[in-house]
Design a protein around this ligand. Structure first.
Ligand code: GDP
Ligand code: MG
Length: 369
């Protein structure tokens, strides 16, 4: 990390080391030649000799494996879908219904593990990944940090209720993020269902249904009976083909944390959505202010896996601490590099917190005056 020994500092300033030690002693600091000084102390000593410490930027980017993907390296990846919509319009029910279409979980006898994401394998061999996010929050948070985890938004609108406040919010979030919307007009089984009214309301918000000559895909579904769910999944596959989603699977993994927690037995664990490269057991990584090493990985059904490629969510064990949802996750060359980057980030964070505190206390001081 950013430290310099007394001897090095003397050398850089072109003064005798003994002189530095002596001056520091007068300042009440008992030091030896090989003692490390942090940036603040080094700054104080340097200024005694008329120097200023220039902080040389820590090049994090150089340590994070940078790789320019060539077109030949890119491979098709599954779409990552977030379900959004007004409360009670059927988001959870729809996701449940979609999971029933999962051929793999069907074989395994249902999903036991909750990792906040579902990798759904379709009967036609296709694959769609759903994020079971608290919807808007994770989406908005990650977007605020300039990262994007969703390729397509499924907007659930209850056919007996129409567009409501949170529907409007979801539309504006998706538009701001430039993420295409596929509309699931839900609860079509209900007597009061009026899908045409929903289409009209959608068109008033710039989402003109294909059946009305626009380019917004709308599918009538019932999460309760399962009607239309297969068609919805087909439409998502179609949409994903249009988007030509690709990633290079043959490089160190990068992705984002979807959720994280402290597990009693396993320590800090987090669901990571791999977005490029392939994550492997044993990989060293940095995530937020923590370093880590992949001790084990579980897929969305709680099954141990050794590899996770682009668009695949896995629960990772081996974080140095509990990361935050939305933190970037990057595999690096070694544990040493991971620690270097993590330490640097932690220091930056402390500095920022400290200066925020100092500012507040100064503000308080001036207010009192
Ligand atoms: P969420 O708040 O958007 O996650 O909505 P939920 O999935 O919790 O559903 C809210 C309520 O609507 C629940 O009582 C569901 O049983 C019901 N519901 C959801 N989908 C349908 C549907 O397609 N048809 C009918 N009749 N009820 C539904
Ligand atoms: Mg719900």
């Amino acid at each position: 990390t950013e430290a310099i020994t007394v001897g090095d500092l003397a050398k850089r300033m072109g003064v005798k080391a003994a002189e530095v030690v002596g001056r520091m002693m007068k300042m009440g600091m008992m030091v030896t030649l090989n003692q490390s000084l942090d940036t603040d102390d080094a700054g104080i000593v340097a200024s005694e000799f008329g120097f200023e410490i220039e902080r040389v930027g820590f090049e994090e980017e150089g340590l994070l494996a940078a790789h320019e993907d060539s077109p030949e390296e890119m491979e098709t990846r599954p779409p990552v879908v977030t379900i959004m919509g007004h409360v009670d319009h059927g988001k959870t029910s729809l996701l449940d219904s979609i999971r029933h279409a999962d051929v793999v979980s069907g074989e395994a006898g249902g999903i036991t593990q909750h990792i906040g994401a579902y990798d759904v394998h379709l009967p036609n061999g296709g694959q769609v990944v759903f994020l079971d996010t608290p919807g808007h929050e994770a989406f908005t948070q990650m977007r605020a940090r300039g990262s994007q985890v969703t390729d397509v938004v499924v907007l659930v609108v209850a056919a007996d209720d129409g567009i409501m406040e949170q529907t409007k919010e979801a539309i504006s979030h998706s538009k701001a993020a430039g993420v295409p919307i596929v509309v699931a007009i839900n609860k079509i089984d209900k007597p009061g269902a009026d899908p045409e009214r929903v289409r009209r309301e959608l068109s008033e918000r710039g989402l003109v249904s294909e059946s009305w000559g626009g380019d917004t895909i709308t599918v009538e579904v019932s999460a309760k009976t399962g009607q239309g769910v297969e068609e919805l999944l087909e439409m998502l596959q179609l949409q994903s083909e249009v988007l030509e989603l690709t990633a290079n699977p043959n490089k160190p993994a990068r992705g984002h944390v979807l959720e994280a927690r402290l597990d009693k037995g396993r320590g800090p664990v987090g669901t990571v959505l791999v977005q490029e490269g392939t994550l492997k057991a044993g990989d060293s990584f940095v995530c937020g202010t923590f370093a880590g090493k992949v001790r084990s990985m579980l897929d969305d059904r709680g099954k141990p896996v050794d590899l996770a490629g682009p668009s695949i969510p896995v629960e990772v064990q081996g974080f140095g601490g509990v990361p935050e949802a939305g933190d970037e996750f990057s595999v690096v060359d070694s544990e040493k590099v991971a620690r270097q980057i993590a330490d640097h980030r932690a220091m930056k964070k402390r500095e920022a917190e400290l200066s925020a505190k100092t500012k507040t206390s100064l503000e308080g001081f001036f207010e009192k005056m």
